[in-house]
Design a binder for this molecule. Structure first.
Ligand SMILES: [Cu+2]
Length: 162
């Protein structure tokens, strides 16, 4: 294979691999802003005591819009999209303040994405996702759906870690 074609092939391969993950979740390239050692942090908590939380993303609404988390506590956050269109949950500062154990996106092409560095979770129509995480850093975080004009129409919320 000529050198130029080889380079193009390598770039295309990387792009396709990135797309496979980007379907449901956007990942940051920069680890430094995220909570260090998410594996260690999520391994050292009692998951039988994890609190289950449900958030609906449908009809240009995020329900509930407010949610308070406690540092050091484990959560299983279920995101449901029962709508006929795609929605997302985005907040880079929030995802940088939690230690993620697993992200599972359910649906036709559901997949498990093991990552400590989420930026958003995208949910196609009639898809659910589950994020297992430990709240780590305190703060107030704006969350929103980043589909065009959805935040303007009301798909916003506020998470607090205290
Ligand atoms: Cu939306």
């Amino acid at each position: 294979m000529p050198k130029r074609s080889l380079i193009a092939f390598v770039i295309l391969s990387f792009a396709l691999a990135a797309c496979a993950v980007a379907k449901h979740a956007t990942l940051a390239g920069n680890y430094a802003a995220y909570v260090p050692d998410p594996k260690g942090r999520t391994a050292s908590v009692d998951w039988t005591k994890a609190e289950a939380i449900h958030i609906e993303l449908s009809n240009y609404e995020m329900t509930p819009q407010q949610r308070v988390f406690k540092t050091g506590k484990a959560y299983v956050l279920t995101l449901r999209n029962d709508d006929t269109i795609t929605h997302s949950l985005k907040s880079i500062p929030f995802f940088q303040s939690i230690a993620v154990r697993d992200l599972i996106v359910y649906g036709k092409d559901g997949e498990v994405i093991a990552t400590p560095r989420l930026e958003k979770v995208t949910l196609k129509a009639e898809t659910n996702a589950e994020i297992k995480f430990v709240a780590v850093r305190t703060g107030a975080f704006d969350v929103y759906c980043d589909q065009p004009l959805h935040a303007t129409r009301g798909m916003t919320g506020n998470f607090v870690i205290e």
